[in-house]
Design a protein around this ligand. Sequence first.
Ligand code: 4AD
Ligand code: MG
Length: 502
Amino acid sequence: MATETTICELSNHVGQTVTLRGWLYNSRSSGKLLFLIVRDGTGLCQCVLEKTDANAEMFQQARRLGQESSLAVTGCVRVDERAPGGHELALSDVQVIQAVEGYPITKKAHGVDFLMKHRHLWLRSRRQWAIMRIRSTLVDAIRRFFNDRGFVLIDTPIFAPSAGEGAQTLFEVDYYGEPVYLAQTGQLYVEAALMAHRKVYCFGPTFRAEKSKTRRHLTEFWMVEPEIAFAELDDVIALAEDFVCALVERVLAERRPELELLGRDPAALERITKPFYRLTYGEVVELLRGERVRARFEADLAAARTRVAELQRTIKEKEAERAAPGVKKWKAEKLAREILAAREELAEQEEAVRNIPHHMELAANFEWGSDLGGSDETVIARLHDRPVFVTHYPAACKAFYMKRNADDPRVANCFDLLAPEGYGEIIGASQREDDLAALLERMEEEGLDPTPYQWYLDLRRYGTVPHGGFGLGVERTIAWICGLKHLRETIPFPRMMGRLYP
Ligand code: 4AD
Ligand code: MG
């Protein structure tokens, strides 16, 4: 009996005969040789079956197997530097578990919409496999960071009787005839638990009825929210800085092959070291209205225009090549894939050409007092190669629970952390208003009825202390670390406006 093993363990079995169980990823044959690329969840392995007089029937059957057929293969492990994963299996046996025909996701070109509708199958493709492995490591790194530092995990409720963030993004559900909301944040509840444990965090799904389709917004996303007692804004900043560095370090240490597979340049992540940049909101307003931002936008616009012209040319050339007589089928399919990818990028670049002038105008005319928009965050993040803390936003454009600055009461002791390379906000944070009267005043300004918040106000009545914390969005962080343009690939089954299947 051959030992059963997995592809990631093959280096321990060189020269031995082993069995792998998995799925057929790809296959090709050349006369007497059949190459089966098998994936088993831990990696890819090239398996070679040589046709002999004795195995003719098995050879024929294996040759006809379609993509994603499930199977068990047995063979001798050989080192092969050129093979994916560095090993190859010289097959002696192929057992079919299920022969499959017509797997929907083929080597042909597929648009994003088709892939999203087949998300349950798309997860098997290499890029999606790599992203989910990075996600798994990131989530583990998040838990480990806080557990190692003595934080207590507090699981906060999903059914919430009142808003935690803006009332515009609440999902209402019927709770025995009463309207309640899906949690937008666990923060108010971790503040309660904080007074019992000193350092706490919650980590779970949160829900926001975002009213627009953007690449940065999901309606269901995961957020980790630490909260610390006897802390002011600088303590929260220091925690966030250590935390983000630890996450990036862990992914670099454990998921380099996956980053490589995604084409992510590790150098951009290796640069993520302390200290991050720090700008006040006031300084950001100056930047937005100034020359550096204008120049950045102009350079981006010129680059997008050049790229549009390039892509249009490429598409024309490839279409001509595909239509030429006598093109091989595999070549035509390859060209179709390339044309589709070029078309998708072209649509993005054309959108950039349309939008940048508007974004430039928004930045140039930015008025002190409004929250930063997505394009403002992007351009600020484009000007920096490490994350940027933007601190002290006007209190009026942020949540009611943020503490006002003692020296300048127009602003709150808060920050957003912007990820570099244009990724924008990954963390929202603040010191909390710990004074009962000041908190009630802010709630009145926001038109919030204090009745459902009595329990929260109790925290300011019984042993209030300075405290604060932050919320890091898991999907935004993954998009940045993996270098993805859109959040839809960062979570196994994304929920967005207009998308709930599968
Ligand atoms: O800035 P936000 O709204 O902050 C809070 O919810 C606070 N209660 C956190 C705290 O201080 N404990 O959201 C925090 C982060 C954002 O920076 C972003 O990364 C992510 O959550 N986020 C979203 N991610 C995906 N889709 C959405 N619709 C998101 N909205 C926020
Ligand atoms: Mg925010």
